[in-house]
Ligand binder design. Sequence first.
Ligand SMILES: Cc1cc2nc3c(=O)[nH]c(=O)nc-3n(C[C@H](O)[C@H](O)[C@H](O)COP(=O)(O)OP(=O)(O)OC[C@H]3O[C@@H](n4cnc5c(N)ncnc54)[C@H](O)[C@@H]3O)c2cc1C
Length: 345
Amino acid sequence: MKYLIQNIKITCEDIIILDLMSAIKEKMIDFLPGQYAMLAFYDENGKLVSPHAFSIASSPENVPLIEFGIKIKGKFTQSLAKLTPGKEIFVYGPYGNFIFDPHMDRDTVFIAGGVGITPLLSSIRYAADKKLPNKLTLLYSSRWTDKILYYEEIKKLEAANPNFKAFFAVTDSGIPEGAERMINERLGAKIISAALKNQLRGKTFFLCGPGPFMASITDDLENLGVEKKFIKTEAFSMIPALPLKEDLPNLALVYGGFAALMTLVTLWIYNIESARTTDNTYARTNLIYSLKQIQELQKNMFQEQTSAQPPTAPAVSNAPAPIYNIPPTPAINYQAPIRPRTTVS
Ligand SMILES: Cc1cc2nc3c(=O)[nH]c(=O)nc-3n(C[C@H](O)[C@H](O)[C@H](O)COP(=O)(O)OP(=O)(O)OC[C@H]3O[C@@H](n4cnc5c(N)ncnc54)[C@H](O)[C@@H]3O)c2cc1C
């Protein structure tokens, strides 16, 4: 859906606060507190960038205006920061199950790390707009006091809603003197149970922030006896970019080309394989043929052998046997020599 930038400002050095107004009043996204949308826009080179996910920070009661709190990181967010009021932004959605349900979540604890405050703020603003009786507690972790996103507004919401209390844990800087419910300590089990006066049962916990932060808070909550089913989380990990309608012809070309290439490769492999199989068949046929030939040859040889005549005895002749003149053997006269006797005395 097409939206127009109503307001865009950079706060806390690296956070864009982006207010969008629906370009056509009847056409706007219908979301629940905690959900997110995918944003796309034409960058400075006139190229439509692929959509990226961002939680909606405003209350659903605030439509047709929607607000986002966006940390400047890479190319996408840097290009976004250069946009000016009146520029078009395409909003797809809403998406997500990280939804605050006022009927179910009667007693809710929101735990935020840095820019992870955005979906939680949507719920807190919604509760204020609707004057909900739900009991809400916010535990917000930040590195620096001057980088607590939406600090002023949170304080105002606290003043306006007696059912809402906010606690701040700051790690990397000191805290202003007399700051209410602000502690110079890392957010963990100790601060959570102190803020909730050890009453953790019957509460729903919503966690949003960097991955390691959420993992450590989930461990703390489980160690404090909170069941997993009462812990809801939203990870701000990168969602693979959606293909844009404008990119579809190019994508079709790329994927079509790839499919054609794969078909060619498959056919080529198939040809080699079938040629090899044919060769094998040919070789096998030849072998069978040769074996047959050998068998035939052996059979022929055997037949030749069995049909061959046994050797015949030479014919007996009646002619007289030949007479041979053999000279008589000479007689041998041998006399042993006589040796003289010897006596031993
Ligand atoms: C459901 C959901 C809600 C979100 N809500 C918010 C919000 O309210 N505010 C906000 O500031 N951010 C939010 N994010 C995170 C946000 O989508 C990304 O941080 C942002 O799109 C990154 O912008 P970029 O300029 O770095 O993008 P690119 O220029 O496209 O990023 C460049 C590269 O940086 C890496 N990268 C950047 N961010 C991340 C990340 N978060 N995780 C992993 N890799 C990353 C990727 O490799 C990416 O390809 C949300 C994410 C999700 C999934």
